[in-house]
Design a protein around this ligand. Structure first.
Ligand code: NAG
Ligand code: NAG
Ligand code: NAG
Length: 307
């Protein structure tokens, strides 16, 4: 083209003058409609393991899952008899804190009597909390200082399992992990961490969501801090969140106050199975008194096709 004496610079500029808008306003949108290539749609397609819509119940016996869903050492099998359990009506109140990741504040998720009961049945079962890096398990009070107790699946716990399932819309392939209470004395804490591993594709499952329930909060300190979340603008949130400057001078982001019976629910994983960095959180040190928390983790593991 530069060798063609008939096409001079002004002709090229005139062509560009027409072609550039044609590309921007007509060709590019048309291409996008024909081949959607949104970042997350691409990621989802690359991780079909999380595309549960690809399966229906009829396929189920043709599929294998990495999780033994009848082994109750890790998960709570879906063996609750709702008629016999006769769980009370839910009467909690919810406030959406964030849409992405989904974070919901739940008032009155547990009644005082249920909370007191779960603390009481944990007595005598406490053992030091452990940390795990996927390959090894150890006690390290500099990272995590608390005691934990594995709850028996009695009727109160089974009703809590059903509450957690129903809250999440009875989502398929979602399994409630066995529940542990966590006791934090003065100086008890858990440094910033994720509840997810980001290994959904390799292990075929991961922790989709977390309920952090406060069962006993007769303490100062001990909030749940998310340094990567933004403070909400409205002062109504100060009922549930540390708003005072002295706290905010020390801790970044958002700190939920421990309030007995209330819970913070959040989703750990994007639809493609990768973890949300915003869910980085810590149990801040208890300064005085005692806090008892209950983690309700939902393990998400759709079946994988037998090869
Ligand atoms: C799953 O767990 C149950 C209960 O512990 C056990 O009886 C069964 O053999 C396990 N199945 C597999 C495939 O490991
Ligand atoms: C918490 O206090 C109890 C009772 O005083 C004690 O037995 C337990 O070891 C303490 N746990 C931690 C992690 O400090
Ligand atoms: C809360 O803690 C204080 C001081 O640690 C104690 O005096 C009080 O009895 C506790 N209240 C309840 C309801 O346990």
């Amino acid at each position: 083209m530069p060798n063609n004496p008939n096409i001079n610079l002004s002709t090229v500029i005139t062509w560009l003058f027409y072609l550039v808008p044609i590309y921007i306003f007509l060709i590019s949108p048309a291409l996008r409609i024909l081949s959607p290539s949104n970042e997350h749609q691409r990621q989802d397609a690359a991780n079909p393991i999380f595309d549960w819509s690809a399966f229906d119940d009829a396929d189920y016996d043709l599929l294998v899952s990495g999780l033994n869903v009848t082994d109750d050492s890790f998960i709570s099998p879906e063996d609750n008899d709702l008629d016999k359990l006769n769980c009370r009506e839910d009467d909690y109140r919810v406030h959406i804190f964030s849409y992405k990741p989904l974070i919901i504040y739940v008032e009155n998720f547990f009644r005082d009597a249920e909370a007191d009961y779960l603390v009481a049945v944990s007595g005598g079962k406490w053992s030091p909390s452990i940390i795990s890096d996927g390959t090894s398990v150890r006690v390290d009070p500099s990272v995590r200082r608390s005691d934990r107790a594995l709850l028996d699946r009695d009727n109160v716990v089974r009703c809590a399992e059903e509450r957690a399932r129903s809250f999440q819309g009875w989502r398929p392939w979602l399994y409630i992990e066995r529940m542990w209470t966590q006791r934090y004395n003065a100086s008890g804490h858990y440094r910033h961490h994720y509840d997810w591993r980001g290994s959904a594709a390799q292990r075929g499952g991961d922790r989709l969501s977390t309920f952090m329930v406060y069962l006993d909060a007769n303490c100062t300190g001990g909030g749940t801090n998310f340094p990567r979340l933004r403070m909400p603008r409205k002062s109504q949130w100060c009922r549930f969140i540390e708003c005072d400057d002295a706290h905010r001078d020390v801790y970044e982001g958002v700190t939920f106050k421990p309030i007995k019976g209330n819970a913070v629910f959040w989703e750990n994983l994007r639809p493609d199975g990768t973890g949300y960095p915003e869910t980085w959180h810590a149990a801040l040190p208890v300064l005085s008194g005692r806090k008892v928390g209950l983690n309700i983790w939902s393990w998400y593991q759709p079946p994988v096709r037998r090869v």
